[in-house]
Design a binder for this molecule. Structure first.
Ligand SMILES: *Cc1c(COP(=O)(O)O)cnc(C)c1O
Length: 369
């Protein structure tokens, strides 16, 4: 590991490989693997991550939006890319870039078929998404006949896969709910497959689904957070290695006298002597204001230094009164040991939110290739 001289997000490709291998060890060898690289590969770097994963036995990539898929194509990704949430306005460029749309309602199905027919396409792969309980995106069970007749009327599209998404795969208190989602999905896909006359790929599991519901792996699984090093439970976290370490340095140390305050709005006032460190990372880098006022912390020389007062746009001030440190010392915001999941908890949020918020201003540095 390199010593930080500025704020950097160090990304360990060896850890990514470890996580991928672990996920593969949890699925059968004929189950396909879709790597979810939306949102800059969960705040890391989608192009670098996808290019690394493309050399491994990854079958599919997934992104949320069309422009994310285009970036992957421009970076040389040739494997199939599913766009989980495309909008009709982008269908032409989606097709131009050989991206494959998730189709989640009758309106978007008709719009896509209209575009595909106008472009005189044949059997363009589409992915039919069903809502089985998340109530976010997806057809309902009652739409099966409409989907089949609409698709059959056109030669321009072909149903490549049928999928759904679990609402609480990480929460074992909701096991009955999840099992019901799986059952629903089985019923829907049996009906679909019968009417289609061939078997599309079926997929349902995200990372926690892979880990907790092996009976729902079907033909393919979709993993995001697991690749980036989180198993969404204490037990499963031990099997993964967080790939990202967010580091910074101490820019300045201040001695604060009794009665003084720290930062904007004088949000921290001290009645004792205090030593503070100012760090070049703020809410514009992804450390939101909710981490301020003593909630969040960073690690300096293996000790927790809590954030004092309000998080500024480009800086935070942390309490180093009892920490042996000096200007220029390295600071760990999160990493393999003090994880993003733990820091996220201090602000009542989850690892997903903290890591995807690391803004594009923060330099990405790759190690372990
Ligand atoms: C984001 C997403 C995933 C990945 O979920 P993880 O919990 O990160 O593994 C899978 N499927 C869909 C539909 C998603 O939106």
């Amino acid at each position: 590991m390199l010593k930080a001289q500025e704020t950097v997000l160090e990304i360990d490709l060896k850890a990514l490989k470890h996580n991928f291998d672990h996920l593969k060890s949890r699925i059968s060898s004929n189950t396909k693997f879709m790597a979810v690289v939306k949102a800059f590969a969960y705040g890391s770097d989608a192009c670098e991550i996808a290019n690394y994963l493309q050399k491994l036995p990854v079958d599919y990539f997934a992104v949320a939006f069309v422009h994310e898929g285009i970036q992957l194509r421009e970076a040389g990704i040739t494997k199939p890319i599913l766009v989980l949430h495309p909008q009709a306005v982008n269908f032409n460029i989606l097709i131009e870039n050989c991206l494959e749309p998730s189709i989640y309602n009758v309106k978007i199905l008709n719009e896509f078929i209209a575009t595909a027919s106008a472009e005189k396409l044949n059997d363009y792969p589409i992915h039919i998404k069903f809502n089985t309980g998340l109530n976010r995106l997806g057809f309902s069970e009652n739409d099966v006949d409409t989907i089949i007749s609409t698709v059959n009327e056109s030669t321009s599209v072909k149903i490549e896969s049928v999928f759904s998404h679990l609402a609480a795969s990480e929460d074992l208190n909701e096991k009955d709910f999840t099992l019901n989602q799986i059952k629903k999905f089985k019923n829907i896909t049996e009906n679909m497959t019968k009417q289609m006359g061939y078997k599309p790929l079926l997929h349902m599991c995200n990372t926690s689904g892979i880990l907790n519901y092996p009976e729902a792996h079907f033909d393919m699984v979709r993993s995001g957070i697991g690749l980036y090093g989180f198993g969404n439970s204490e037990k499963e976290n031990k099997n993964f290695k967080p790939i990202g370490t967010l580091k910074t340095i101490i820019s300045q140390i201040h001695a604060i006298e009794k009665g003084e305050s720290v930062g904007y709005n004088r949000a921290y006032k001290t009645d004792t002597f205090l030593r503070t460190a100012t760090l070049p990372i703020g809410h514009a880098d992804g450390i939101g204001r909710q981490y301020g006022k003593g909630k969040g912390y960073v690690i300096i020389n293996n000790q927790k230094a809590y954030i004092l007062g309000n998080v500024c746009m480009d800086m935070i001030m942390v309490d180093v009164t009892n920490i042996d440190c000096k200007e220029g010392d390295e600071v760990i915001v999160f990493g393999p040991e003090t994880t993003a999941e733990n820091l996220a908890k201090t602000a009542n949020t989850i690892s997903y939110e903290l890591i995807t918020a690391i803004s594009q201003r923060v330099k990405r540095l790759f190690i372990g290739n």
